[in-house]
Design a protein around this ligand. Structure first.
Ligand code: ADP
Length: 541
């Protein structure tokens, strides 16, 4: 190798923490508390408190590589764990508070959590599985509701107060583990994904680019996406890097609270799953004159498909821009962003169609799609296959080496998403593999049907799933939630979408329900619909 090269300077979260304090110290962090009041702090305080946390953990005997779990809403103490835990060499493991206690116990033991930082407001939930965590040594309680820390636990604030504010980060290997996130485990047990310092920092650098998520020191970011889900899409780390003001929603995730928070804190970029934004769109539609959201530059929507009708509704009726993005826990999580390339602009309908795709890969993420034999398919925008990705923030294996079949011999990760890819690199997800509808040998895209159904003015939400069929094996059935006081029957809905689909792709049946069952991260839970209505066509036959 040639001599006289650049330094081998490690990409670590310790640097992000240092930078947050020394360069962006004045930047504000706003946290919504359970009683709806807002705590206001700064990056300088964040830096000092994260340093105290790092020192306190060392004093408590936490060693490099140990897992320190969080069981918390989105707020400043959670952010302190995001920065302080990896900075001292340990691994921050975010527990998903929407999971069942049995699952949480499984995950906490699988991760071998030794310390848990828990919100007092979540204590009743935590109490249901804490006894099951085998190697649990310390519980630090964030007294967000003001009451005393339960017996046998440590008060997070007292622990911080006792620790030194001066922190000298240990030498860290950039490839060392920094964060542990679990997939939801819709199929089989949840699997752990270890983010390294390097993957997290590189991800933050790319996610921060203007054509990716894009955050600057002029922005105010609202991560609605929970910090227990795929590192809140890396937004906290991007903000630490760029000096972006952060506004946390705490436990208040209902549309009215979020809209109020966005307006009052002059949020410029908010991020969350489609179900959150569907609720917000309905609220705005019902009372458009009441809220001033002119501060909002864009809303990042991902986690499941953002329907074109929603993207259009926000833009046409409220002047609000949606940025549609795709990612997975296994990809740290950002993979693709639906920007309309300059030369593809000009025709509103085509632009909308592109914005409703999952977009093209961000730098350093590579995409391809393959058939069931692993043969790489053409990027013709037509042929469907499984999406595979690779890149510096794509998992190369799962924690504990489970699920080895998801990784190909030639170094790609199999996403389980069925997609088309066009010549420009735009990826369109037609389904998750487990949700694909196979009707007499033809694959029917549930996502395309849902998008079309959700463009009917009476429809609040639509989920299309496979129901068993005596002749065709499976046929699509639509579960529909109507908007309050709106009316539409099966025929009206089918007529509405008929022009956009071949006859065989139209749903055989429509069921009207109160709410579509959701996963722990707010996605439609189609397995539940299949369980409940999977035999509806057989029973009718
Ligand atoms: P899980 O959904 O299993 O809880 P993840 O949050 O990691 O775990 O989800 C990743 C999956 O979410 C992707 O494989 C894909 O199916 C889906 N997904 C993410 N973003 C989008 C999007 N913009 N459009 C459609 N599906 C998406």
């Amino acid at each position: 190798m040639l001599s006289g090269r650049m330094m081998d300077f490690p990409l670590t979260i310790a640097h992000l923490l240092e930078r947050a304090g020394s360069v962006h110290g004045h930047v504000e962090v706003v946290s919504t508390l359970p009683d709806k009041t807002r705590h206001r702090g700064t990056f300088a305080e964040l830096h000092e408190r994260s340093a105290r946390l790092a020192n306190a953990l060392t004093k408590l005997g936490v060693k490099a590589g140990d897992r320190v779990a969080t069981f918390a809403w989105n707020h400043r103490q959670h952010l302190e764990c995001y920065l302080g835990v990896p900075a001292m060499g340990a691994v921050v493991h975010t527990l998903n508070l929407r999971l069942h206690p049995t699952e949480l116990a499984y995950i906490a033991n699988h991760a071998d959590d030794q310390v848990v930082v828990v919100d007092l407001s979540l204590w009743p939930l935590f109490d249901k599985f804490r006894g099951e965590i085998k190697n649990l040594r310390h519980v630090l309680v964030v007294r967000d509701t003001g009451g005393p820390a339960p017996e046998g636990t440590l008060d997070y604030e007292a622990v911080l107060a006792d620790a030194s504010p001066t922190f000298d980060p240990p030498a860290l290997d950039e490839n060392a583990a920094a964060m542990l996130c679990y997939t939801s485990g819709t199929t089989g047990n949840p699997k752990g994904v270890l983010y390294s310092h390097r993957s997290t920092v590189l991800h933050a650098m790319i996610a921060g680019l203007p054509d990716a998520i894009g955050l600057s020191a002029d922005d105010v970011v609202l991560p609605v996406v929970p910090m227990f889900h795929a590192s809140a899409w890396g937004l906290p780390y991007v903000a630490a890097l760029t000096g972006t003001r952060i506004v946390f929603p705490g436990p208040h995730l209902d549309p009215a609270s979020l809209v109020k928070l966005m307006a009052e804190e002059r949020v410029t970029v908010a991020a969350g799953v489609p179900t959150i934004w569907m609720g917000i769109l309905q609220l705005l539609d019902a009372a458009p004159e009441k809220v001033d959201l002119s501060c909002v530059r864009t809303m990042i929507i991902g986690g499941s498909a953002a329907p074109a009708s929603m993207i259009e509704g926000f833009s046409k009726r409220h002047g609000l821009e949606v940025t549609h993005a795709w990612g997975m826990t296994e990809t740290n999580p950002l993979g693709t962003v639906a920007r309309v390339k300059r030369h593809l602009r000009g025709d509103a309908a085509k632009e909308l169609a592109l914005r409703a795709t999952q977009g093209f890969a961000v730098p350093f993420v590579e995409t391809r799609h393959v058939d069931s034999d692993g043969k790489v398919l053409a990027r013709d925008g037509q042929v469907m296959g499984e999406l595979e990705v690779r890149g510096p923030w794509v998992a190369s294996s799962y924690f504990g080496d489970e699920g080895a079949d998801r990784f190909t011999d030639d170094g790609w990760f199999k996403t389980g998403d069925v997609v088309r890819i066009d010549a420009e690199g735009y990826v369109t997800i037609t389904d998750r593999e487990k949700d694909v509808i196979k009707s007499g040998g033809e694959w029917i895209s549930s996502v395309a049907l849902e998008n079309a159904l959700m463009s009917h003015p009476a429809v609040a939400e639509a989920a299309v799933f496979a129901a068993k069929h005596p002749k065709w094996d499976e046929r699509p059935v639509a579960a529909i939630v109507l908007k309050p006081d709106a009316k539409a029957d099966k025929d009206a809905l089918i007529e509405h979408i008929r022009p956009s689909f071949p006859k065989f792709a139209l749903p055989d049946e429509v069921v009207f329900i109160e709410q579509i069952p959701r996963t722990s991260t707010g996605k439609f839970l189609k397995s539940k619909l299949r369980e409940q209505y999977g035999n509806i066509l057989v029973d009718k036959a």
